[in-house]
Design a binder for this molecule. Sequence first.
Ligand SMILES: [Zn+2]
Length: 236
Amino acid sequence: MTRMLYYEESYMRECDANIVSVKDDKFVVLDQTVFYPKGGGQPNDTGKIIRGEDEFQVVYVGKFSGEVLHEVDRPGLKVGERVHCVLDWDRRYKLMRSHTAAHILASLLWKGTGALVTGNQLEIDKTRFDFSLDNFSRETFLPYIANANELYKQDIAVKSYELPREEAMKIEGIIKMAEAFPPEVQMLRVVEIVRVDKQADGGTHVKSVREVGQIEFLKAENKGKNNRRVYYRLTN
Ligand SMILES: [Zn+2]
């Protein structure tokens, strides 16, 4: 199984690795990787895999039956080769900031209204958030953005650790996403924003809430009681 360095150190931008397998000349499995595979509303990383003087662009990263598969733009990489991985860090760091921002907003909404997140998608230029709520309008939502922006000014630590499923499930609000973790998952990874939120989560986050910066509301759409949709973005 691939060692997932992005969980051990989310700020790691580069690593050396050995190629474990190559499928169809373009899907590469490494013994360890800094590339985050698409999942949990967080898009995959991009970047490059370098072998000697040769660069291969990583165009997609996904997780399939426990393996992290790196799709490269051209054939040529072979099993057993030693390579160097480099992330497109600007992209990843923005996604980390957006992800931590989303957890705080979800937590404030849940505490204020009991709303659960029914879907979310982080993108580079905006974040989409769907939640279930009876009464919803732009006016009811804006104060949550304002409160979140107050929190983002603070140096609050963000930590992650694993807990046995049974223990994790005792934490109130541990799963605010409607799509729960599959029951075969015995250890849950918890992302804790100290004194603000604990959420079962598979994504990458910043170390301090202050790194988020500020967010601004873009628009709201009403797609039914279980699907209030809002868009917002990081202001820088
Ligand atoms: Zn998350």
